[in-house]
Ligand binder design. Structure first.
Ligand SMILES: NC(=O)c1ccc[n+]([C@@H]2O[C@H](COP(=O)([O-])OP(=O)(O)OC[C@H]3O[C@@H](n4cnc5c(N)ncnc54)[C@H](O)[C@@H]3O)[C@@H](O)[C@H]2O)c1
Length: 330
């Protein structure tokens, strides 16, 4: 099968990771990098001497089948629209766009032009997250009760979007995937300490059917870096620590013995009995999630195999972000 010709748009912090993976993928012909900041062109030509560099979207020519957009979130809609109008399949880094209306326009252009539109919800391609989903579905931790997700650090503080729009697309996509549905209720509160109107700390509550809840804490004002997902089931609990290199996932046989109430001798202070059993870290094959994400995009183009983070998934996550944003404005 012919290689898919892919253009990368944006070579800031995240773009070089995409470039490395595009360059390594044997199903891809890496056909260029579009970067409007000319100061970065020297670095691009040092990293990839053979790859054409474009200054402007009007210069890219027609030698591309697809593009990956890794520019600031507020530019996703206009760049995505432009690329789709040019007839390219598009993978846009998270979030798909910064409003539901904009996502719907992108989706309708892609549909009309029969192009693939995907969003970079990278954690849906993370082997640890996929393993946790398997464990939940196996019934090992009993009934799913809550999923807590936190993404905390000092910085990197963005200027164009708040901490929730920057980080919570990961948390929303992970939690919705693990629960198996999108939330039916969303509420958020937080603070804008650094820049007025631009929240740097948020706490989000998600309500799902079957009384399952999700909790998210995002912060740019935290002394320690934390990237954790904690899953609580009726018969076990799982911790995913993405800051660890090895043993990222730990499964605990911890919980409450719902049927056993221990009566204290005085009769007043009866308590539920706690189960505090064994724990283990499942073996998880490590593959860079970004490599899997790009392969999913290529497989969609070449084999018509729809990925999990299609445009509908992108839209639903932006719908949650928009709803949560209402809470931050009140
Ligand atoms: N999936 C992940 O885990 C992950 C991690 C980090 C960032 N991201 C996403 O990647 C995207 C980029 O983030 P970043 O941290 O690299 O931002 P950044 O600001 O460091 O880099 C963005 C780059 O895009 C360039 N750019 C802006 N407008 C452009 C245009 N019209 N045409 C061409 N280039 C343009 C800028 O000059 C800059 O070099 C964001 O959507 C972010 O949410 C995803």
């Amino acid at each position: 099968m012919a290689k898919t010709k892919i253009l990368l748009v944006g070579y800031g912090y995240w773009g070089p990771n995409l470039a490395r993976n595009l360059n390594q993928n044997s199903d891809v012909e890496f056909t260029g990098i579009l970067e409007i900041d000319k100061d970065l062109h020297k670095k691009i030509s040092e990293d990839y001497p053979e790859i054409p560099i474009f200054n402007n979207i009007d210069e890219i020519g027609d030698d591309h089948d697809a593009a990956i957009v890794s520019t600031p979130a507020t530019t996703h809609f206009s760049i995505g629209q432009n690329l789709l109008e040019k007839g390219l399949h598009v993978l846009i880094e998270k979030p798909l766009a910064t409003s539901v209306d904009d996502c719907e326009i992108l989706i309708s252009i892609a549909k009309e032009k029969q192009l693939k539109l995907m969003v970079g919800h990278t954690y849906l391609y993370n082997a640890s997250v996929i393993k946790i989903k398997e464990i939940i579905e196996s019934g090992e931790i009993g009934k799913l009760l809550t999923v807590h997700s936190e993404r905390l650090n000092l910085g990197q503080i963005r200027q164009d979007i708040n901490v929730m729009w920057n980080l919570a697309p990961h948390d929303f996509s992970i939690i919705s995937y693990l629960v198996g549905s999108y939330p039916v209720s969303v509420s958020a509160s937080g603070n804008d300490f650094i820049k007025e109107g631009m929240h740097d700390i948020v706490y989000i509550h998600l309500g799902f059917d079957n009384n399952i809840t999700g909790f998210i804490h995002n912060s740019w004002l935290h002394p320690l870096k934390s990237r954790k997902v904690i899953v609580v089931g009726s018969e076990g609990m799982i911790v995913f620590d993405d800051t660890q290199v090895n043993n990222q996932v730990t499964v605990y046989e911890k919980g409450v013995d719902w049927d056993k109430i221990t009566k204290s001798e005085k009769g007043k202070n009866s308590r539920f009995e706690i189960i505090d059993g064994d724990y283990y870290s499942p073996q998880i094959e490590t593959q860079e999630p970004l490599a899997t994400e790009i392969q999913a995009f290529v497989n969609w183009i070449q084999l018509d195999k729809k990925p999990i983070s299609d445009s509908k998934n992108g839209l639903e996550i932006v719908r949650i972000l928009e709803k949560a944003q209402e809470g931050l404005l009140t």
